[in-house]
Design a protein around this ligand. Structure first.
Ligand code: PNW
Length: 426
């Protein structure tokens, strides 16, 4: 059965940040620091999904959706990231999962969508190798409670974005600006993924996936310097997190001049490269790359022109999704597991959102073309069910199929919601 779903993330929708024993996450800290998030917005209340989840599940059911990707907030389960378990936190997800199952909606549970417990960040966060092991402990706790009903488990969401935005550039929590010195964050997340995969399976999880954000890379020209820069970008954004899983080794980092790889220990790659039941792909747009104009990184983002853009300014290139899927198949061959599009969507204002309808329609057709070219795509999750806290943009970018009035918390299905409902029914 093809999965038709929406996707959300805990910090972006839940609110209730101090309720029922939840600990502090790095996003609580970061969003409350002046100047970090547009207009000082925070996830303190967000969509108040923690209290309003029955209404939100009903919206999914009414649209005919048969799947839902959500994330668990680690600090609700272990307030300090390790040790003692907070039963009230587990109880929340238990209720949510029961609510989904009652409506015939398949839960797809992401364990880490960027809201690391602050106590672990205080010990170095993902720069600290110990975090990988704590992550596996946390995975075991959640699986032990929910794997009787949750079959589909996603370890990490977009480790590339968490590393680059959170640790290299500092525009997301935890706000560190280490540039290429952030590389251990990639390895420790992947190691955590591998350890968690084993812990999940030992605790009854049937399907284990990871979600990577991937992008087709377009060289700005045929100039060898642009081609080399595009290859370096592809290494960092696509291969860094896929090669270890499906080839069993890291790509060549030499373009980055990173000399010290001591953080990679013997045996780590075997832990990372365990067979998976699927690959989650988040696709938003291609990236056009030119030779570097500074010596900070071996590439420049040249920008894409000649395509429509979303309210966020992101180019709309539906065929880029087909291109990406086919290129993954070409690169990894039979090592590539079934693919689930775990996020795709766009930011536009307004309830009469014909642009979103065109966007989704274009991307669904691109998936069909990729399937016709032999890529095994088994699900499509739209980002997002609700307008929500869009990280450093606060509530300014609206990705929802359902409009949220953040004063009253009133939900209003947009034209795209009604369109999708019709599409699924047909
Ligand atoms: C994803 N980029 O993040 C996340 O998984 C979601 O939490 C987020 O709300 C959604 O996409 C929309 O932004 C991304 O700059 C953040 O390429 C940035 C990029 C891509 C994805």
């Amino acid at each position: 059965m093809f999965l038709w779903g929406t996707a959300t993330a805990s910090y972006q929708i839940e609110g209730a940040v101090s309720e029922d024993g939840r600990g502090v996450s790095i996003w609580d800290t970061f969003s409350h620091e002046p100047g970090k998030v547009r207009d000082g917005h925070t996830g303190d209340v967000a969509c108040d999904h923690y209290h309003r989840w029955p209404e939100d599940v009903a919206l999914m059911a009414d649209a005919g959706l048969n799947a839902y990707r959500f994330s668990v907030a680690w600090p609700r389960i272990q307030p300090t990231g390790r040790g003692e378990v907070n039963q009230a936190g587990l109880d929340f997800y238990d209720r949510l999962v029961d609510g989904l199952c009652e409506k015939g909606i398949t839960p797809a549970l992401t364990l880490f969508h960027w809201d690391l417990p602050q106590a672990l960040e205080d010990e170095g966060g993902w720069l600290n190798r110990d975090t990988s092991g704590y992550f596996a402990d946390y995975a075991a706790i959640v699986a032990e409670r929910l794997s009787d009903r949750v079959k589909m488990w996603i370890t990490l969401n977009e480790p590339i974005v968490h590393m680059t935005f959170g640790y290299a550039m500092g525009v997301h929590a935890p706000g560190r600006t280490l540039l290429l010195d952030a590389l251990p964050v990639a390895h420790h997340q992947l190691l955590g993924h591998g350890l968690a995969t084993a812990a999940l399976r030992a605790n009854g999880a049937e399907q284990v996936l990871i979600t990577n954000n991937c992008t087709p890379v377009w060289p700005a020209s045929d100039d060898p310097a642009d081609l080399a820069a595009a290859a370096a970008y592809d290494t960092m954004h696509n291969r860094l997190f896929n090669d270890p899983l499906f080839v069993g080794s890291y790509p060549d980092f030499s373009a980055f001049g990173v000399e010290n790889l001591d953080f990679i220990h013997d045996g780590d790659l075997a832990t990372i490269a365990q067979p998976l039941d699927g690959l989650g792909i988040n696709y938003y747009n291609p990236t056009r790359i030119s030779a570097p104009s500074t010596d900070l990184l071996p590439f420049d983002d040249a920008g894409i022109t000649g395509y429509p853009t979303t309210a966020f300014g992101w180019p709309v290139v539906p065929d880029g999704l087909r291109e990406l899927l086919v290129s993954l198949k070409e690169r990894y061959g039979t090592a590539l597991p079934p693919v689930y599009i775990t996020e795709n969507g766009c930011s536009y204002d307004g309830i009469e959102d014909q642009e979103r309808i065109d966007y989704l329609d274009g991307h669904i057709k691109a998936i069909r073309r990729a399937q016709a070219e032999g890529v095994d795509v088994r699900g499509y999750f739209i980002w997002s069910l609700l307008d929500n806290f869009e990280w450093a943009e606060g509530y300014h970018q609206r990705f929802g199929l359902v409009h949220v009035d953040f004063e009253t918390q009133k939900r209003t299905p947009k034209a795209s919601y009604h369109w999708l409902r019709q599409l699924i029914a047909e």
